[in-house]
Design a protein around this ligand. Structure first.
Ligand SMILES: Nc1ncnc2c1ncn2[C@@H]1O[C@H](COP(=O)(O)OP(=O)(O)OP(=O)(O)O)[C@@H](O)[C@H]1O
Length: 276
C-alpha cells in the first residue's frame, strides 16, 4: 500500500465487521489485516459452514485471526434459535465427521423437536422432482379454493435442478415463484453467452446484436441508436447484422456516426473477430 492510500483507507473504515468470516480467502485476509491494523475489527463466522473452499476460502483464517489479533475477545454463540431440535441434532452429528475444524462445538437449542427429517435418495433429476411434488401434494391440505402451496419452499443448489422443478410444477399445475436471479438470466452471463455464441459457425443476428450492445461504450440511448442504425442497413441491404456492422464500421467517415463511434465500433468488431 502506498502510505496515502493506506491513510485514506484507515480514515474511511475506522471499524470493520466481517460476517461469514469462514468464507474469507488468504488474499482477502491479507488485505483485511492491513485495513484492520487499527484493531477495530469484529469477525463473525462458523468454520462448520465453510462452503467456498473452491473459491480459495480457507478456514485456517480463524487461527490466523487469533494469532494476528492477540487482544481479541471470543464470544461463542452455541445456542441455535433458528432450527428445530431434530435439525440441530442431525446437523451436529453430521458435522462431527468434518476433519478440518478449529474445535468441536456443542450446539444446543430450546426449540421443540419438530418433524423428523426424511433423507431420500433419488436416481435422477426426474425422479427427484416426482418425489418432491408427490410430497407437496400429500402435505398441502385441499380446500374448496384449491390447495395451499404458499408455505412450501424448495431449496436447490444447481440452476439445472430449478429448471427441472419449474417444468414439473407447470405440468402438475402447481403455482410457484422463483426467488433470486436465475444464473442464465443474469445480465453479465447473458452477455458472455452471446459473445461466445458469436464464435460458432453460422451464428445468427441475435448474439451479434447483443455482443455489440454489451461491448460498445456509451449509455443505453447511444448504444440503441447504433444498433438500430445497423439493423436498418441490414434490412435495407438484405444482409446479416454483422456484415452491415462490418461495412458501417470499416468506413473512414460516416454521415450518421461520429469518428470516435466508428473507431469504437471497429475495435469491438475486431475483438469479436479475434475470439472466433
Ligand atoms: N437471542 C435470540 N432470541 C430469539 N431468536 C433469535 C435470537 N438470536 C437469533 N434469533 C433468531 O435466529 C435466527 C437466526 O439468527 P441469525 O441470522 O442472527 O443467525 P446467524 O448465526 O447469523 O446465522 P448464519 O449462521 O446463517 O450466519 C433468526 O430467525 C433470528 O431471529
Amino acid at each position: 500500500f502506498p502510505e496515502a492510500v493506506y491513510k485514506e483507507c484507515q480514515n474511511t473504515w475506522q471499524a470493520i465487521v466481517v460476517d461469514e468470516f469462514q468464507d474469507t480467502s488468504a488474499m482477502q485476509y491479507f488485505l483485511l489485516k492491513l485495513l484492520a491494523s487499527h484493531n477495530h475489527i469484529t469477525i463473525v463466522g462458523d468454520d462448520d459452514q465453510s462452503i467456498f473452499s473452491f473459491n480459495g476460502a480457507d478456514v485456517s483464517g480463524f487461527d490466523s485471526f487469533r494469532r494476528d489479533f492477540p487482544n481479541h475477545k471470543e464470544i461463542r454463540l452455541n445456542k441455535n434459535y433458528r432450527s428445530t431440535r431434530a435439525i440441530v441434532e442431525a446437523a451436529t452429528a453430521l458435522i462431527h465427521n468434518n476433519t478440518k475444524r478449529c474445535n468441536h462445538k456443542l450446539a444446543e437449542t430450546d426449540n421443540p423437536s419438530g418433524s423428523k427429517i426424511t433423507v431420500k435418495e433419488c436416481h435422477s433429476e426426474d425422479s427427484q422432482c416426482a418425489f418432491v411434488i408427490d410430497k407437496i401434494i400429500e402435505t398441502t391440505s385441499s380446500s374448496a379454493e384449491g390447495r395451499d402451496f404458499g408455505k412450501i419452499a424448495v431449496l436447490y443448489r444447481r440452476q439445472i435442478t430449478g429448471k427441472a422443478f419449474q417444468v414439473s410444477f407447470r405440468n402438475r399445475k402447481i403455482p410457484f415463484n422463483v426467488h433470486g436471479v436465475a444464473f442464465y438470466r443474469k445480465k453479465a452471463i447473458k452477455a458472455i453467452m452471446a459473445i461466445l455464441r458469436t464464435t460458432l459457425p453460422g451464428c445468427d443476428d441475435g448474439p451479434w446484436r447483443q455482443a455489440l450492445k454489451t461491448l460498445l461504450p456509451g449509455d443505453k440511448e447511444e448504444k440503441k441508436k447504433i444498433i438500430d442504425h445497423v439493423e436498418k442497413i441490414s434490412l435495407a441491404r438484405k444482409c446479416s447484422f454483422i456484415s452491415a456492422a462490418t461495412d458501417i464500421f470499416s468506413a473512414k467517415v460516416s454521415g450518421t456516426f461520429k469518428r470516435t463511434q466508428i473507431t469504437q465500433g471497429r475495435k469491438v468488431l475486431s475483438t469479436l473477430y479475434s475470439l472466433s
